[in-house]
Each structure stands twice: as structure tokens, then as C-alpha cells.
Design a protein. Structure first.
Length: 477
């Protein structure tokens, strides 16, 4: 008999004579009531065992974590909290679970403990909910761009270019470490390597994406990216997923419009399609907030925060205006910021970004026209010669969630910027070709997918919104 998902059974409109459900035991109480979950929903279905007519040996094997198959009647539940339950007529143990050794017992576990058991943590309510929300958001990303006529482009994972110019990249090599070939200068001879040159894992698909936008008009990438940044914080991963649209003929204002519309679409889609999971995650966040000092607690619940983004226009503020606001703010004057803002040109930190969003404007903020010397080489230089057409979108609780810009379309200006930063023109000859042949105004942005999932789920550590986090010192599983 084909089994029916727990989600579909719970949404049934009528009782059924015979159904089959398969899943994992969450709890078994009074030798009679099984809470069964198959991952299709955060909600368990109660399955009632006729313990008097069930072998003692079978009852002992109904333990937390065991995989079982139950067949019986779907009837209206006598207990509170669920509409239907299954009166079991036949039960089969598909896979035993040693009750004394199974780590995911029905009790509160610390997030750190769950990270150490990342292969099993998805069996908990919280991580099941997070991963279903992540899946729905991923679908919404593709649906948004496909509905808008964007072309999905797969940019390379292995690349010879450093899009950000930061140098924090993982090297890719097939050379032996014990006998690495050297050239006459004593440096590693990458000409003898697999690709005949130095290569790395990508930090961004943007540069390659631009080349496709200059032929297909509007494209997006959605794939893994890598940063060898030794940053052990709650906001950084060494491996994460990036969404990067690039659009020909879009200027910075068009870019800001696109980013705001896109974010609101995917958040709205999650709110509409993840009701049970988000309700659970809101409760989890509320409990977590209770143990924090009052001053550190969020002023809004999770669903309020999501609706806050949907219902508010994003405030657009120049970097220069933001610096004036921060310089004159109470936290800055009273030396409460860890990084004091003294002068124009400072690189904003998360504390500054969150102050602007949560305390000053009290809505999402788009900062634009940043100093050229703190932004990447490919961003379009403004007429003032000192700022670039860059933009960052700042969110409550997160800080920066999107970074983008109008790209520098002028060949001579781009070459001059590359020279000033010591970027090899020969390495990026193909990128410069897009400025040689039919160049035009174009723009794009990057959104770290995990930061989006972090915001929508209300989690506070980015390691908890990706299945198997990769961080300094940790590549387990």
C-alpha cells in the first residue's frame, strides 16, 4: 500500500478507512500514543497502538528516532491539538533506534550541541522548519527571476579571477604538496598545474555573469561561493550560496528597485507558504529572547519583522548622509560604538548599519554612493571622482543583506582603476572585452542566501541555516 505524507493526512477533509504512513518516532508515551513525523510538516500525527494486542517485543522497539510504518484508520482525534489521528491495525518497525544512544531525544538541546550533530539535527522541530523554509525560499528565488524573464546562468566554481580583489580565496591545485614544482624565482610553478595557471574556488559569479548580461540582457546566478576569510563570527561562512542578478541597461536606481522588489517577493512567498514553520520559529525566537537582557531584545516578533519589511518602502540614503547621522548619534558621541565614526570615508560596521535601520530610520535602508577606496574596482566612478555607484541594503537584526552597484562601463576608467589597484589586465582580458565591444550601462547585486534565510527564520547564527556549515577549523560531515 502506498504511504501518504503526514502533511496530507493532517489536511484531510474526511476520515478514511485505511491509510498507511511512514516516518520517524518523535515520542512514544503510555505504551499507546506515537507522535510520528515524516518531514513533510512540523506537525506530528498521533498514531494510537492497541498495546494489549501488540507484542511486547514490538512495543519495546518503538523508540525515539525509530523508523516505522503504520497502517490503520484515519479517525477524528479525541485529544486536543490535532484534528485526526491514526488507529493502528498493523505496525512495522523499519529501522531500530537505540534509545540510549540516539542524540536527538525529545528535550531542549543547545544549538552548539546540534551543530556537532548536524547530520541528525534536521530531525528536530527547529531544524526541520528551517530547512523547509530554506527550500521554499530557494524555489521563490528561481520563480521570481523566471517570471521576470531572466536567464539562469551557471558560472564557474573554479576560476582564475578574484572578483572582489580581496585575495581571501581557496586555492585549487593538483600539484603534490611534498614536491611542489618551483620556477627560477623559487615560486610555485603553476604552469605545471592541472589548469596551467593559478586557480581558486570562486568568491562570486559576478564577472562572468556580466559577460552573459551583455548578450542575454538580464541573467541571474544562484550557486555556491567560497571565502577563505578567517572570520569566526555568527555572520560568516567559508562556503555559502549567492544570488547574483546582472541586468544590461539598468542604472543604480533600477538596481535598487529590482533588489527591493525581489526581496519583498521572496519574503512574501515564504510568509504565504511556510505558515506552520514560521509560527513555530516565532515561538522559538520568543523563548530565546526571554533570557536576553531587556536592552538586547528585539522590539518585534518574527512575523512582525517580516511584515515590517513587506509593508515599508526601503529608505534610500547616501553614504555621506549616513555618516553625518552616525557621527552625531548618541552612541557615537557617548563612545558606545565599538568603532567610533570620526570622519567621512570610514567603512561601516554591523553596529552602524543596525543603528541606522533599527534606531534611526526604523525601516530597511539602502545606502548608496560609497567612497571609491572602500569598494571594488568594477563599480562605476561618480562625477565627483571620490564616490562610486555602489549600494548596500541593510535589514533589522542582520545589517547588510545585499551589496551591489552600477558597473563601470567605460573602458578607460575601468583600466585606470585596475592599474591603481594592481589588478593584472591580462588576467581579466575577457572581462575588459565587454567594455571594448558594445559596452553599455549595466548593474547587478549579490545577496547571500544564508543571510536571507537567517532573517526569515529568526535564527541568530548563520551556521544554523545551512545543512553542513563550513567555518574555520570545521569541515565535519
Amino acid at each position: 500500500m502506498k504511504h501518504t505524507r503526514v502533511k496530507d493526512l493532517l489536511q484531510s477533509t474526511a476520515t478514511l478507512n485505511e491509510v498507511n504512513a511512514k516516518g520517524w518516532v518523535r515520542t512514544f508515551r503510555n505504551n499507546q500514543f506515537i507522535a510520528l513525523n515524516d518531514g513533510s510538516t512540523i506537525n506530528n500525527i498521533q498514531c494510537v497502538v492497541d498495546f494489549e494486542n501488540t507484542a511486547e517485543e514490538t512495543l519495546k522497539r518503538i523508540t525515539t528516532g525509530a523508523a516505522i510504518s503504520v497502517t490503520g484508520s484515519l479517525v477524528e482525534s479525541q485529544g486536543a491539538g490535532q484534528k485526526f489521528e491514526i488507529q493502528i491495525s498493523r505496525l512495522e518497525i523499519l529501522g531500530d533506534s537505540d534509545a540510549e544512544k540516539f542524540p536527538m531525544q525529545p528535550k531542549k538541546h543547545s544549538l552548539e550541541f546540534l551543530r556537532e550533530n548536524a547530520h541528525l539535527r534536521v530531525r528536530t522541530n527547529a531544524f526541520g522548519a528551517i530547512m523547509r523554509v530554506r527550500s521554499v525560499l530557494s524555489f521563490a528565488v528561481h520563480q521570481y527571476f523566471q517570471e521576470k524573464g531572466f536567464v539562469y546562468v551557471n558560472t564557474p566554481i573554479i576560476t582564475g579571477s578574484d572578483a572582489e580583489g580581496a585575495g581571501e580565496m581557496f586555492k585549487v591545485t593538483a600539484l603534490p604538496f611534498d614536491q611542489t614544482p618551483r620556477n627560477e624565482e623559487g615560486k610555485v610553478d603553476y604552469k605545471k598545474d592541472f589548469f596551467g595557471k593559478e586557480t581558486n574556488l570562486t568568491v562570486s559569479g559576478q564577472l562572468e555573469g556580466e559577460t552573459f548580461a551583455m548578450a542575454l540582457g538580464q541573467i541571474y546566478t544562484f550557486g555556491p561561493t567560497f571565502r577563505a576569510e578567517n572570520s569566526n563570527t555568527s555572520r560568516h561562512l567559508a562556503e555559502f550560496w549567492m544570488i547574483e542578478p546582472e541586468v544590461a541597461f539598468n542604472d543604480l536606481n533600477d538596481n535598487m528597485d529590482l533588489a527591493e522588489d525581489f526581496i519583498k517577493y521572496v519574503v512574501r512567498y515564504a510568509v504565504a507558504n511556510c505558515g506552520d514553520d514560521l509560527k513555530f520559529l516565532e515561538g522559538r525566537l520568543t523563548e530565546e529572547e526571554k533570557v536576553k537582557p531587556q536592552v538586547e531584545r528585539s522590539e518585534m516578533g518574527l512575523l512582525d519583522k517580516l511584515n515590517f519589511v513587506l509593508q515599508n518602502e526601503f529608505k534610500r540614503v547616501s553614504y555621506t548622509e549616513a555618516i553625518d547621522i552616525l557621527r552625531n548619534s548618541k552612541p557615537n558621541k557617548n563612545k558606545k560604538f565599538n568603532y567610533i565614526i570620526d570622519e567621512w570615508g570610514a567603512d561601516l560596521q554591523s553596529e552602524h548599519e543596525r543603528f541606522l535601520v533599527e534606531k534611526h530610520f526604523k525601516c530597511p535602508v539602502i545606502l548608496f554612493d560609497y567612497p571609491a577606496n572602500i569598494k571594488a574596482f568594477y563599480m562605476r566612478l561618480n562625477e565627483d571622482g571620490k564616490t562610486v555607484r555602489a549600494m548596500d541594503i541593510l535589514f533589522p537584526g542582520i545589517g547588510e543583506i545585499v551589496g551591489g552597484s552600477q558597473r563601470e562601463e567605460r573602458f578607460e576608467v575601468l583600466v585606470e582603476k585596475m592599474k591603481a589597484l594592481g589588478i593584472d589586465e591580462e588576467e581579466l582580458w575577457w572581462y575588459l572585452d565587454t567594455r571594448r565591444f558594445g559596452s553599455a550601462v549595466h548593474s547587478g547585486f549579490g545577496l547571500g542566501f544564508e543571510r536571507l534565510v537567517l532573517f526569515v527564520t529568526g535564527m541568530t547564527n548563520i551556521r544554523d541555516v545551512i545543512p553542513f556549515p563550513r567555518t574555520p577549523g570545521n569541515a565535519e560531515f
